[in-house]
Write a protein that binds this ligand. Structure first.
Ligand SMILES: [Zn+2]
Length: 375
């Protein structure tokens, strides 16, 4: 609106050991939720960060939302933040404990959005707001799988530049010596890399940091030195990693002054808790089936059946036969889910597959049977 815009450290080319062009699948994890095109019911209300995977109208869909890449990347920067703060990290929008990522296919093409030059973020924000991404106290952290001729990401910075969307341009600066897309995502158990620090940097801009009242405030939302500060944007040198959160603790985190915003007291920051063991009620309720899903039964391929209950699964039993022959399952328990996977014999086409998934909770057991012809 006012012409103010951010071209920050996150927008600079960072000379990192680039590990593979668009190497996004490296961090794939199986705990990601299935694809959703709308914001799911929130685990908690109040200020939080909601992740969006946005693809331009004509862009390649790399499934970064449901292949675990974004969930892993977010976990990586959250772990770093918790380490820097002594246990606090951003309150992310989750659904049943898993990161809630929304997939959005934008109406504009990559070229149409990139034509906005320094204002790609604004174009994405306008589209998302029109689609209803307007929840009060939600900041939308968008991984945009499109290009920009200007930067690898962009942010708003209240109060000077209001908004609710920060965005990484995953295919930004395509003709630069180090295109944005040459950076790989970190996995959940890895230290942050470029995308992790850049997204955190831009989320902090969206939360109003570094505020202009900070003693070392520089260039709309940054600090000048040292160049490994998360919010660095200096005039010489490169942004270097591993980054640190407010070196000196005098500008935006933990300075303790009341006359200038301090991220340490932001409602977007919460103390991360180890997943608590649910307290068993005096008489545990019998488990109810939430869902039962199966993949296609094809000869020579794996067949997976997942039984989800409304309580923590303690034991799972997977049984199946092809014709009259028993086949062995691999059994995995994930919180409230029992996952059974079988490999169907190559010669099983046309035969009958029959079996059952039994899951036991503190309150009892639930069983789902299935029977189908193998294709
Ligand atoms: Zn910046």
């Amino acid at each position: 609106m006012n012409g103010h815009r951010l071209r920050c450290a996150a927008g600079f080319i960072v000379l990192l050991a680039a590990s593979g062009l668009l190497a996004a699948g490296a961090s794939a994890s199986s705990s990601a939720l299935p694809r959703a095109t709308a914001d799911r019911a929130d685990d908690v209300s109040g200020p939080q960060i909601h992740v969006v995977y946005a693809v331009p109208a004509d862009g390649e869909d790399r499934h970064l939302d449901d292949n675990g890449a974004l969930e892993g990347s977010v976990s990586s920067f959250q772990a770093w933040l918790a380490q820097e703060t002594g246990g606090k990290a951003l309150r992310m929008d989750t659904y049943q404990g898993s990161l809630d990522v929304t997939f959005v296919r934008l109406a504009q093409t990559d070229a149409q959005l990139a034509a906005a030059g320094a204002f790609v973020r604004e174009g994405i924000q306008t589209e998302l707001q029109a689609l209803g991404f307007n929840a009060p106290q939600k900041l939308y952290a968008v991984y945009y799988d499109g290009s920009s001729t200007y930067a690898c990401g962009g942010a708003f910075w209240p109060p000077s530049l209001p908004g609710n969307v920060v965005a990484m341009y995953l295919r930004g600066l395509p003709s630069s010596p180090v295109p944005c897309g040459s950076n790989a995502f970190a996995a959940a158990n890895q230290a942050p890399r470029y995308w992790e620090y850049a997204m955190l940097h831009d989320i902090l801009h969206g939360l109003g940091y570094v505020p202009s009242c900070a003693p070392n405030h520089h260039r709309a939302g940054h600090v000048t030195a040292p160049n490994d500060d998360l919010m660095w944007a200096g005039d010489v040198g490169f942004w270097t990693f591993p980054a640190k959160l407010d070196v000196g603790r005098d500008d935006y985190y933990g300075h303790g002054r009341s006359d200038c915003p301090d991220l340490a007291t932001s409602p977007y920051l919460v103390t991360l808790q180890a997943p608590a063991e649910p307290k068993p009620p005096a008489t545990p309720a019998r488990p109810k089936v939430v869902s039962f899903t199966m993949t296609k039964a094809r000869a020579g391929a794996t067949f997976k059946a997942t039984l989800r209950l409304d309580a923590r699964v303690l034991r799972a039993t997977c049984t199946a036969t092809v014709g009259k022959t028993k086949i062995r399952a691999s059994t995995v328990i994930k919180q409230t889910r029992a996952e059974c996977t079988w490999r169907l014999p190559k010669n099983a086409r046309g035969k009958q597959l029959a079996g059952a998934v039994k899951a036991t909770t503190a309150g009892g057991a639930a069983t789902k049977k299935f029977s189908r012809r193998i294709s």
